[in-house]
Design a protein around this ligand. Sequence first.
Ligand SMILES: Cc1cc2nc3c(=O)[nH]c(=O)nc-3n(C[C@H](O)[C@H](O)[C@H](O)COP(=O)(O)OP(=O)(O)OC[C@H]3O[C@@H](n4cnc5c(N)ncnc54)[C@H](O)[C@@H]3O)c2cc1C
Length: 336
Amino acid sequence: MKVYSDIEGMGFSAMRMLMLNEAAEHELPVLQEEANQLRIQSDYGVFGIARRDRNGFRLEVEADGVSNLHVLRDSLVAHISHVQPDVAAQIAWSDTVQSGLRPPNFQFAEIKTTTRLCASFQRVTLTLSKPDGFGDHVIHFRFVLPRLDDSAPEWPTLASNGSTRWPAGAKALHRPVYTARAHRGDEIDVDVFVHAGGRTSEWAVAAAPGTSVALVGPGGGGILDACRVVLAGDETAYPAVSRIIDGLPEGAQGRVILLNHSGQRDYPIPCHDGLTVDWVEPPDFVSTVSAAASDCADGYLWIAAEAGHINALRTSDQILRHPKSQRYVSAYWKRK
Ligand SMILES: Cc1cc2nc3c(=O)[nH]c(=O)nc-3n(C[C@H](O)[C@H](O)[C@H](O)COP(=O)(O)OP(=O)(O)OC[C@H]3O[C@@H](n4cnc5c(N)ncnc54)[C@H](O)[C@@H]3O)c2cc1C
């Protein structure tokens, strides 16, 4: 599907700069970069601009399916809104967005079961009302949680400029990212790390089977197609690491490094003949992962943990030696 919007009041060069910064920050491939044309690839599809006149450009978005198309244009409108809110408010698309509807990537899922998987994890099994899109290539989504004491929550709606209008103030919704640890037809298992002050874990422990929960997605990355790997992460990454291990080819080799804050090492990490698994304490995580990266020069590095550890790893020479296409280094949460 392809849609466009002719934008007035913002120059081609300003938008070009915005998009190139976005591509650099998220390491997105630039497919075409010419004087009057720019096209960039993202996980959701292709977006770009074409010069029209001194004070305008055509914004173009192409994606498979309405959900990916929505995510792309929502994010483009948000970027424009950040620098020129008046321009963003006026955006009209070639397919005319019906304002007031629920965003296409929003759904309610039914809670099938919620059980204590091990000491620090609650497993919630959900039946999705829109399972399309979930698969090995996209394994993450966001829960959309109202306050636990809000008996009449408000849900997001589409604005006519294609963006998602989220309720604010007391009706604001909490939207943490989670991983589909397993996916079977219209069902997913979600393993929630139970930590102090966690709004999601509080919800997951109390959730009643047969009731529903809202979510948006799926989005983000998927499993790996690699034969040599270093997989490293803290508790929040155990579900993704496990799903990646499930998908590795039989002959794959490498190391799994699991940072453990809680002292509990009972999360069920799948066995794989080619992988060695090490549990490490917080002070040893960065040095252990950096050393493993050095020993795996031709392999893929997949690392996800708290922002402090990730910032240290992002500047580590041993990590930077790996080409960008051979590493994923992501902050999964931030200590506040
Ligand atoms: C791509 C991706 C996939 C993820 N998948 C999973 C998953 O499958 N399972 C999972 O459990 N998490 C996962 N996370 C991490 C999760 O989104 C965060 O931990 C999130 O902050 C949890 O929200 P919350 O409602 O529990 O706490 P928040 O309301 O966000 O935060 C409340 C307080 O808890 C603290 N906090 C948040 N996370 C932790 C933690 N892990 N340990 C200690 N304190 C914490 C915060 O600093 C804050 O002080 C994923 C994150 C990303 C980006």
